[in-house]
Design a protein. Structure first.
Length: 165
């Protein structure tokens, strides 16, 4: 390895070491483990009650599977039984007022339509998840694309020297 590469590697290591030292200890305790040391097992977090609002939510990104807006605590989803399909199958969804599962759930790998739900889409909770109102364990500054566009438009309409909303 050339001298230049060793020098760059050494400087990079020093910068990383200084950054690690400069992080306050209380910020390190705000992770998912909380203040529990790495050599100890943290106490399991409280299981929050599942929302049961039956409201359709927006999606955070294109092709996001819809979330489950009701409890599924006693639902059986096994190889022989799928309680979700009792209401969401195309033959019963109107009776229960439930949205029908997407037509893609009735396709095989070659995109041929099947009479029953595809085995690849049978276990609903692989993609769809129930929701709970909880406090996030770690901060999040995520903004979806619509929020970013609105912020940029507001900034471009602001007078020079004026703070955007």
């Amino acid at each position: 390895m050339s001298t230049t590469r060793w020098l760059i590697a050494g400087v990079g290591t020093a910068i990383i070491a200084l950054a690690a030292v400069s992080i306050p200890a209380d910020e390190l305790a705000n992770g998912l483990r909380g203040p529990t040391p790495l050599n100890q097992e943290p106490k399991a977090p409280k299981i929050w009650p599942t929302e049961n609002k039956d409201v359709k939510r927006g999606r955070a990104y294109t092709s996001q599977p819809p979330t489950i807006p009701h409890t599924i605590e006693k639902y059986e989803i096994t190889r022989n039984v799928n309680m979700c399909m009792y209401c969401h199958a195309r033959v019963r969804n109107n009776e229960f007022g439930a949205p029908m599962v997407s037509a893609t759930h009735y396709m095989d790998r070659e995109f041929d339509f099947l009479a029953e739900i595809s085995p690849r889409r049978y276990f609903c909770t692989q993609c769809h998840v129930p929701q709970a109102e909880v406090t996030a364990p770690v901060g999040n500054t995520f903004m979806d694309v619509d929020e970013i566009i609105a912020k940029e438009r507001a900034a471009s309409k602001a007078e020079p020297g004026e703070k955007p909303p």
